[in-house]
Design a protein around this ligand. Structure first.
Ligand SMILES: O=P(O)(O)OC[C@H]1O[C@H](O[C@H]2O[C@H](CO)[C@@H](O)[C@H](O)[C@H]2O)[C@H](O)[C@@H](O)[C@@H]1O
Length: 488
């Protein structure tokens, strides 16, 4: 039988078999297996013709595909060779650093709506329980903290220029702001940019505390140059600032010798892991500023970067993932690995390095969490501890301090108690961020922060009563002693 519809190059017209070619002089039209194969091939050939790119693009496509494969051979897709991670990580204390936009959350048009999924949040929370995990983002720290909504992590905002650890008993655990003096300049530059960009359609200026981002994703290409000129103009008036380029964004930053790589090294120092012996550090990111972190990892004894990209691009990362969904899969695999016998943190007493919640590592994924003693607290004991925490916060001039008007205070306290209860309850489930994100995936960051402040205050009260075992097992980072002069 004359077969047709065989292997075809994309864009090439298929030569179709006629019924006579398929059925020959057979008396019956009953289909034989090979007929079905032939028909299926024909169907595929027609379908591929319909979907085929125009012939002009075919060559470009093939070139891009070849380039991508060549690139991937140099920077393998880590989910295809997870055993390489396992081999590197065996018995080591893994530390994990994550970028936010384009890594944990997909790139979207509106920077204020770059929410991460509940599944991603659960994966990040779980991974932070098996290996110390930090977020290093170009966003303002408070904003990225609001998006991620997890207490177990360290957060570095403004491309690492603003590092703060979790609050411990009402006190800020750690703070490092190497460009603190620039805060007023950045405020001024932000206002100038907002005023001057108002006539550039689609532009958006975002204040990220020690960086100011000028977005042009939603500008027509014809006005991109206007955005670039505006940034140049502002920089020419501020010689102590410079800019970096991200994904359809220009980011104005202080001229200080500090980047995401420095932040990563600094955070490792906090864990007493500066020499890197027996430590494997990973950084996952998608953008140019993440390259500084990939580079920093190259000079450590063990560590590598993972670039999130579905296009070939120059990178210092050793491995690749294509998109945030892949990142989540990778994190879930690290969680499964981390619960096994080869996690170096488990061998050295559990992952309590940066983890606010020092619940011991479960030995199997299904082992139940120990009951929390605070479930047994009387309402009265809770109230007393709450008042003390509120008083302490107020004495310290903390933004956690509630209003002093008594009726408002009662309302706030009632709200905070609810928040504490739901935070406590949800911390026993799969996702403690759920308390903040239970209704939908992304309440505005300022609303989250407000609720979070209340919840923090109530949590502090709870820790007063239930904290001893938590406090004892929380290893305070070495750089709590950061010189005060570096802080605003
Ligand atoms: O270091 P990152 O956490 O990746 O932050 C870098 C910048 O990310 C955000 O902008 C990018 O994501 C937006 C939301 O998907 C998108 O609209 C924008 O075009 C991207 O450039 C963020 O808004 C910036 O402030 C960060 O500096």
């Amino acid at each position: 039988m004359a077969a047709s519809g065989g292997a075809m190059t994309r864009g090439e017209a298929p030569s179709l078999a006629t019924p006579a070619q398929i059925f020959g002089d057979r008396a019956s039209f009953e289909l034989h297996d090979e007929d079905v194969t032939t028909l299926r091939r024909q169907f595929d050939a027609v379908a591929s013709l319909q979907n085929a790119p125009r012939p002009r693009d075919t060559e470009e496509d093939a070139e891009q595909q070849a380039e991508f494969l060549k690139w991937q051979a140099k920077h393998p897709f880590i989910l295809d060779c997870f055993e390489q991670f396992e081999a590197h990580a065996k018995g080591k204390r893994v530390t994990l650093f994550l970028d936010y936009d384009g890594t944990l959350a997909p790139i979207v048009k509106d920077p204020d709506k770059a929410y991460m999924s509940a599944k991603m949040r659960a994966a990040v929370r779980q991974v932070a329980r098996v290996v110390p995990t930090a977020i290093i983002s170009g966003r303002g720290r408070e904003k990225v903290t609001g998006f991620v909504g997890l207490r177990e992590l360290f957060y570095a905002g403004s491309h690492g220029l603003d590092i703060v650890g979790p609050q411990i008993n009402g006190k800020q655990g750690l703070a490092f702001q190497p460009a603190a003096d620039f805060a007023p300049i950045m405020d001024r530059v932000y206002l100038i940019l907002v005023a001057k960009s108002k006539d550039i359609p689609g532009s958006y200026v975002e204040h990220n505390k020690f960086c100011v981002s000028v977005h042009f994703r939603n500008c027509p290409p014809g006005s991109w140059q206007q955005v670039a000129d505006l940034v140049d103009d502002v920089l020419s008036q501020h010689p102590n600032l410079h800019h970096t380029r991200g994904r359809k964004v220009l980011e104005i930053r202080p001229k200080v010798d500090w980047d995401k790589g420095c932040a990563l090294t600094h955070l490792l120092g906090a864990l007493g892991l500066a020499d890197g012996q027996g430590v494997l550090s990973l950084y996952i990111g998608d953008d140019r500023t993440d390259e500084d972190a990939f580079t920093a990892l190259q000079s450590r004894p063990h560590g590598f970067g993972i670039l999130v990209s579905c296009k070939a691009k120059a990178t210092k990362a050793a491995f690749t993932l294509r998109d945030p969904e892949d990142v989540r899969t990778f994190l879930e695999r690290v969680v499964a690995w981390g619960r096994g016998p080869h996690n170096g943190w488990a061998q050295s007493g559990g992952c309590v390095g940066w983890s606010y919640d020092s619940t011991p590592l479960p030995t199997t994924p299904t082992s139940p969490m120990p009951a929390r003693s605070n479930n047994l607290l009387s309402e009265e004991a809770f109230e007393r501890a709450y008042d003390e925490a509120a008083q302490e916060a107020s004495d310290a001039g903390s933004p956690l301090a509630g209003p002093h008007d008594s009726s408002r205070q009662q309302a706030t306290e009632a709200h905070a108690r609810d928040a504490a209860t739901s935070a406590r309850d949800s911390s026993e489930g799969d996702d403690p961020g759920a308390a903040m994100h239970s209704q939908h995936q992304g309440p505005p960051a300022h609303a989250q922060n407000k609720d979070k402040r209340k919840s923090d205050l109530a949590q502090d009260a709870l820790h007063k009563l239930t904290g001893p075992q938590k406090r004892d097992s929380f290893r305070e980072p070495a750089f709590l002693a950061t010189p005060k002069s570096l802080l605003p």
